[in-house]
Design a protein around this ligand. Structure first.
Ligand code: NAG
Ligand code: NAG
Length: 261
């Protein structure tokens, strides 16, 4: 019944004046080349429970196993095109697809999040957010929780609630919004209104990075569906990917060195 769900995010795109021109540059065997924009892609699993997804496009795997509360960045050699269909494959669920309906004429980071559609069925739904590249750290806030509990996401700096004499010492992050933040160390808190919320997650805001903050869960009886919080990239993910980039640089330099000998 829900074998193939198609979702698009064209409504999110705004056209930028002045980019039309670039798109019309044609190649006449000359020096002119169409401008290539860099569209990076991150895929996240916010489907509570044990379901593990794998995302493929045209028979190619874009991700390895994507467990609940994990995101993966797709290798940049897999460039995105309008019309691409990303298939989310899981063991116990019918396959569902996200179709790329439009891409902006600027460098961007696209997040696609798979989640439950509601608490009554196992059907999946998607949310996506497109970040234009920016020098600032940016944050998008989404609600993927399908249960009944009320809660808010708060951003506090690393020293916590009590740090500020002037204000409340925290910022409410409304669901469905995106904003820039100053570089620094923060905590994201999932607050149900009680004085001490135990659910929190660090966020190390770094210039140029795009962060996703999600409320997750389904509030169903059973393991792994409690209301929870997810922040991506986590500080440890950022460290690992920086280490990877560095080892690639070393490999590249070594290759360059060998080729010069
Ligand atoms: C994609 O991943 C699945 C599961 O790991 C594997 O069975 C399949 O062979 C992979 N496909 C390709 C084209 O590598
Ligand atoms: C947290 O915020 C307070 C008030 O704005 C500020 O005085 C303090 O230095 C901040 N702490 C950190 C670690 O950024």
């Amino acid at each position: 019944m829900l074998a193939v769900l198609s979702f698009t995010f064209s409504a999110l795109l705004t056209s930028v004046a002045g980019t039309q021109f670039n798109a019309e540059v044609k190649q006449h065997g000359s020096f002119l080349k169409p401008v290539e924009y860099q569209h990076r892609l991150r895929l996240c699993n916010a489907y509570p429970g044990a379901e593990v997804f794998r995302v493929e496009k045209g028979g190619q795997n874009l991700t390895s196993r994507l467990a609940y509360k994990e995101c993966q960045q797709v290798a940049s050699k897999q460039s995105l095109r309008v019309g691409d269909r990303l298939n989310f494959v899981a063991d116990q669920l019918p396959m569902s697809s996200f179709t790329v309906d439009a891409l902006p004429q600027y460098d961007a980071m696209l997040y696609i999040v798979v989640q439950r559609q509601d608490a009554k069925s196992d059907a999946v739904a998607f949310q996506s957010h497109l970040f234009a590249s920016s020098r600032n750290a940016q944050v998008a806030v989404m609600d993927t929780y399908v249960g009944k509990a009320k809660a808010a996401l708060l951003l506090v700096n690393a020293s916590g609630y009590e740090s500020s004499k002037e204000g409340p010492g925290y910022t409410v992050m409304p669901f469905g919004t995106a904003f820039g933040v100053a570089d620094g160390n923060y905590q994201v808190i999932l607050s149900d209104g009680s004085a001490e919320s135990k659910i929190h997650s660090p966020m190390q805001a770094k210039e140029g990075e795009s962060y996703l903050v999600l409320r997750t869960g389904a509030g169903l009886a059973g393991k792994g569906s409690e209301m929870d919080l997810m922040v991506f990239p986590s500080p440890s993910w950022a460290e690992r990917s920086a280490a990877k980039a560095w080892s690639l640089t070393i490999a590249f330099l070594a290759a360059l060195f060998i080729s010069m000998m």
